[in-house]
Ligand binder design. Sequence first.
Ligand code: PLP
Length: 406
Amino acid sequence: MKTISEIRADFPVLSRQVYGRPLVYLDNGATTQKPRCVIDAVNNVYTTYNSNIHRGVHALSDIASEEYENAREKVRSFINAAKKEEIIFTPGTTGSINSIAFSFGERYIRPGDEIIISHLEHHANIVPWQMMCERKGARLRIIPIDDTGEIIFDEYLKLLSEKTKLVSVTQVSNALGTVLPVREIIDTAHSGNIPVLIDGAQGVQHGTADVASMDCDFYVFSGHKIYGPTGIGIIYGKEKWLTELPPYQGGGDMVDTVTFEKTTYNELPFKFEAGTMNFAGAIGLGSALDYVLSIGRENIESMEKELLRYATERLSGIRGLRVYGTSGRKIAIISFLLSNIHQYDTGLILDKMGIAVRTGTHCAQPVMSRYGIEGTVRASLCFYNTMEEIDMLGTGIEKVISMFEK
Ligand code: PLP
């Protein structure tokens, strides 16, 4: 097992300074930093074998195609999917949900049907469904949350009916850190033969992303949130669904035969991968997953649990600081506000101390409305963060408060 210093040395950007101070990067919910092996893997594509995949008969195209398909296999194994055909590369979580919402809507949704989401969703798991509902005359139903930021399960049960065609919920709230009871949500939906999509954008980097044990119908995530490159993401879909769904986009590579009269589609997974894919990103993602496995998912989980415990203790002791999202089941995200201090002021002053936190609605405006606030300051930690960084955040926040007291 690597020491924390060895782990940090794997991420070149962590050693930089901001305004002459060491960077304290606490915005991992927005995007994670990249280890050297991911940077090298992408660099290696462009310096040694860049060539379009699945097209050429020449050597470089063969290497690129093989590496791309190896990356698909790494994703399959990482999320424990049954088949490689069930793994589709996309530009990211947003792209994944938009494609499923479109294809699912075209195939299955009729006027009066209902889609259930939760009050904790990121806009990426709200707006595509709203657009589809508008197009199809369907209705969006929302599972409410309580004051701690947990979904109210009894209310979920009440929403399920013969009109429900799909449930789409996040595994982990990006705004509050709450971990949802996805297994129970899925089991209950399945008892009424209703498929479930899990938005794993935050869940995938912390703990389990085992689609077989969840038994979800769709699982989506972004590479950049799990130490991989931007512009690459995943749809996992059970083969049955992916076979039945129509493609979201048409173009090269997703076809079998094309005439002006009729086109037939390629087999899975290529049916959903139109045009030149981000193969360098996919290969970088494969390398990121290798890196996560080399640290060990259980090790990551226990390091982050300890960081959350320490950060909660340190920040809760600060007078005038209120934490939003107090569920006992949460990942290492602390969303907070300081009394009478705007979140942007807090964020801007912390930034001047080299501390990067996110401020605002975190693309989850309904969560903010639920608490009657405009936004929060969010510190989102991951395994390369340290207790010292949490102390620096605590001291930084105390300094912000003292500046406003003057
Ligand atoms: N869903 C959740 C829970 C998220 O946290 C995010 C990003 O923050 C997204 C979806 C959208 O991810 P992306 O912007 O990578 O498409």
